[in-house]
Structure formats: structure tokens, C-alpha cells
Design a protein around this ligand. Sequence first.
Ligand SMILES: NC(=O)c1ccc[n+]([C@@H]2O[C@H](COP(=O)([O-])OP(=O)(O)OC[C@H]3O[C@@H](n4cnc5c(N)ncnc54)[C@H](OP(=O)(O)O)[C@@H]3O)[C@@H](O)[C@H]2O)c1
Length: 327
Amino acid sequence: MERYGTIVGLDKPVSRMIFGCAIKPMNQGVRVDKLLDRALELGINAFDTARVYGESEASLGGWVRERGNRDKVVLLSKGGHPVIEFSEKGPEVKKRRITRKDIRDDLETTLLKLGVDELDIYLLHRDDPSVPVGEIAEWMDELVKEGKVRTIGGSNWTYQRIAQQRAYAAAHNLTPFTVSSPHYSLAELGCDMYGDGCVTLTGEKNDEARKWYRENPVAIISYASLSNGFFGGKVHGNDYENRAQLLDPLSLPAFGSRENFARLQRAEQLAKEKGCTTAQLALAWCFADGMNLFAAAGSTHMERVEENLGALDIPLSKEEADWLCNG
Ligand SMILES: NC(=O)c1ccc[n+]([C@@H]2O[C@H](COP(=O)([O-])OP(=O)(O)OC[C@H]3O[C@@H](n4cnc5c(N)ncnc54)[C@H](OP(=O)(O)O)[C@@H]3O)[C@@H](O)[C@H]2O)c1
């Protein structure tokens, strides 16, 4: 797999592996300059953050300012996230924020926190299907025309709503969405992990969605590409019976199905045969479906950032990719 790809609307190449900035120290506003230096040195030039990741944007922006490397990096952030309350019953949406004002206010704060004039990629963190897609297209286009963002898109948007945005944009001479950021990993998502309609591309039920992405110039930035570390060694394929003790409360309903443990077991077996790690194999699987995909993975460890990049060197045939899913 080539190390860089292109996204319509961006003139910089984008690294296929994206550094996920929703990591604890960054969320707490702690600078991780050496980790980010290492990522960039390895060729990872794209960084995924969001308005709701605590002080992650400030941590990333501090590094960009300190190193003076704005022209070398691709900065992605997300706004318009709803207000969600988490309790034992799960996530509950208190307020949707897909409004012109909220989207704008979030972007202004993001630019301030990052210390830049323009974002490379601005995504709406959720959709609100009750808002006509044409209105959203108009609001987002204004931000592009004002030079505040270069490319736009949706995270956790269905492909149908993205297609509607693109059709409206084409008919009204506006900027089309060219980026989509759903969940996608070898493990199927078993619940609405973060609330208010997390969208996944994994699984047979999403065959049509993946076909649409293969046929349309909309890049995928997959999140939780390692299924929240499920493929990173915190559990093993034969741990299904002990899953409640081993998986954190977020990962258990999201990824702890019997079927996912079977996939993990097959991934461990094939990784051994190929001489790579299970994490690398799980990431290689994300690239095997022919979409224009960029994988966001988060780690606080330099050696893991490097390990994950090695996924691009693991050849995986369609038969092997299918076998990992279905046995
Ligand atoms: N758009 C959205 O709604 C959305 C939602 C979730 C996430 N995201 C983005 O996607 C990024 C990645 O998602 P994520 O962090 O949720 O999930 P992830 O990348 O699937 O998993 C991260 C976990 O895997 C561990 N890990 C990473 N590489 C590893 C390796 N080689 N071996 C073993 N363990 C490894 C990390 O632990 P260590 O730090 O200890 O290595 C961390 O616990 C986020 O940072 C964020 O930018 C977007």
C-alpha cells in the first residue's frame, strides 16, 4: 500500500495512517511534541482532532507553532458535536448542535486553539437528519469561501446523506463533501459507542455503503481502526468467556461479541503466519476493500505509532480479508 493518498480539494498528499489525537495526555492539554515529531519523521503528516477532545487541539497547535511546520501537516478537526450525557443507561443526547452558529463558533474556537488561519479538513462530528442537507451545505460552503477551511465532510454521516449533500452542492455550485469519517475496523460495532448515531462501515449490512465509497470521490478517514485497542493485545481470541473482566465498559458492548473474538483469533493466527503483529494485520485489513481509506489510530507509544505504520507493508489478498471476517 502506498504511504500517501489524495483527497479531493487538498493539494497536499495525505498519509494513509493518520495520527489520532484523542489520546489522554493531549486531551488533558499536555504537549506530546516528541511523539508528534516521531510521527512526522516517519511520514505521518495528518492529525485528527476535534473540538470535543478536551484540550487536544491546543496540544496539537502548540506543537505546530513551536516547530513552525504548518505547511508540512494536514490538520483535521470536527465541530457541531451534540451535547451528550453519559450514564449507566448509556449515552443520552441533550442537545443537537447542527446549526449555522454552532458550526461556526466551534470552528472559530478550533482555529484559535490550533493557532492557524485555516483548517485542511473540517468535519461535522455528527449529523442531524432533521436539518435539511441543503442548509448545511450552504453553511459549510461559506466557511470554505471565507478561507477558513479547505475541505469539508461529515463524521458519522450515512453515505446517503453525504450523497444528498454532494447532489445539492453540484446543483448549487457549492463545495461538496469529499471526506467521511465513520467507524471501520475488522471488529463489528455492536452498539452506538459514543451516542447520537455512530456510523460504521463494517459488516455485511454495509456492503452497499462501501460500494458507494469505492465509486465516489469521497475519502474515508476510519476511526477506532484498532477497535479501541481490541486488536492491540489487551484481549486474545480465546478470551471470550472472560471478556467482562478484560474489556473496558466502552469496548465491551462495542466490540465484545463472540463473532469479534473469533475474528481476533483468526487475525492472531494469520499475523503469526505473516510474521507481523495482530494490530498491523487488523489495520492492513482496513485498506483491503478498495476504498480511498486513511486510517486513524491513536497511541501514546512511539514504538506503536511506528508499528502501526508497518501495516501498509503487509500484503493481504481479498481471500485472506474475507477469511478474517467469515472464517
Ligand atoms: N469521528 C469520531 O467520531 C471518532 C471517534 C473515535 C475516535 N476518533 C479518532 O480516531 C482516533 C483513533 O481511534 P481510537 O483511539 O478511539 O481507537 P483505536 O485507534 O482503535 O485504539 C486506540 C487504542 O489502541 C491502543 N493501541 C494503538 N496502537 C497499538 C498497537 N500497535 N498495539 C497495541 N495497542 C495499540 C492504544 O493504546 P496506547 O495509547 O497505550 O498505545 C489505545 O488504547 C482517535 O484518536 C480520534 O482521533 C474519531
